[in-house]
Design a binder for this molecule. Structure first.
Ligand SMILES: [Zn+2]
Length: 276
């Protein structure tokens, strides 16, 4: 009884995810569950598989079959279900925006939440696969995916600020740098995602708390305040975000249509196959 009580207290006292042992394969089901929830709640009819890759590498990617892989090394940075959802939503967003097909890269630097996280203790570093030729495209792709991921998260009932928190914790955890020297600074990328949330989901701007999110706010708040104090700047900002939101919505509609056609074609093929 005492043991049970202690366990109960531990469960209450600990944030849900810090107790998750990602070295245990049984917990990988969570990745699939969150992935499927994101698809269902967003009415995405596509068949996407969610898998965990057992490697220390800090990465995630979608492949040409639209399968999504989250690396065990990246899961170590994930603090709660909303953050896990943010990682998976970002990868679904690459699929929705057809980035993989466009780039023809199976394991692309563009697909990762691009950061190099250096392990301070061992001095070793983990580097997502990179391709310099993809540099310019990948930057655009990351911004697009982050914005689409925000939409996916909100529709599935997750807090989009978890993405901001996760990006910040990756970039401030140990000595971290962007993979590419000309890639925008971490804060700049996180700011792009944050701006999108500010514009499209102002009602979601509260209700998330974490050290890394607070840390990011120290950077972002003066920028937001300066913008709000300048009508010209604010008008420009709103126009830019409106354009982003419209483009993302169009891409989503297009992808859903394509997925439905694909589904119908698969069904027809299966039927024909069964008759033979
Ligand atoms: Zn990406």
């Amino acid at each position: 009884m005492k043991k049970i009580l202690v366990m109960l207290i531990m469960l209450v006292a600990m944030p849900a995810f810090s107790a998750v042992d990602w070295s245990s394969k049984s917990n990988y089901k969570l990745v699939n569950d969150v992935g499927k929830r994101l698809l269902t709640k967003n009415d995405i009819p596509a068949k996407i598989n969610f898998r965990v890759k057992r490697t220390k590498q800090v990465n995630a990617h979608a492949d040409q079959n639209d399968d999504i892989y989250v690396y065990a090394g990246l899961l170590e940075y994930v603090d709660n279900e909303d953050e896990l959802a943010a990682v998976i939503a970002h990868e679904i967003a690459h699929v929705v925006n057809r980035h993989i097909a466009k780039s023809m890269l199976i394991q692309t630097a563009a697909s990762a939440l691009i950061y190099v996280a250096t392990n301070g203790e061992s001095g070793g570093s983990v580097t997502p696969a990179g391709d310099l030729a993809m540099l310019k495209l990948s930057r655009t792709y990351e911004y697009e995916s982050d914005a689409t991921a925000v939409d996916l998260l909100v529709n599935a009932g997750y807090n989009p600020l978890a993405m901001i928190s996760f990006l910040q914790s990756l970039s401030s955890g140990g000595k971290s740098i962007d993979v590419f020297s000309t890639h925008p600074a971490n804060n700049k990328r996180t700011m792009q995602a944050y701006d999108y949330i500010c514009y499209k989901y102002p009602e979601k701007m509260t209700g998330y708390s974490s050290d890394s999110y607070e840390e990011f706010l120290e950077y972002a708040t003066p920028i937001v305040e300066a913008r709000n104090a300048n009508p010209e700047k604010l008008a420009k900002f709103n126009k830019k975000q409106e354009k982003r939101a419209k483009k993302r919505a169009e891409k989503m509609v297009k992808y859903k249509q394509k997925s439905l056609l694909q589904k119908a074609a698969d069904k027809k093929r299966n039927k024909t196959g069964a008759k033979k």
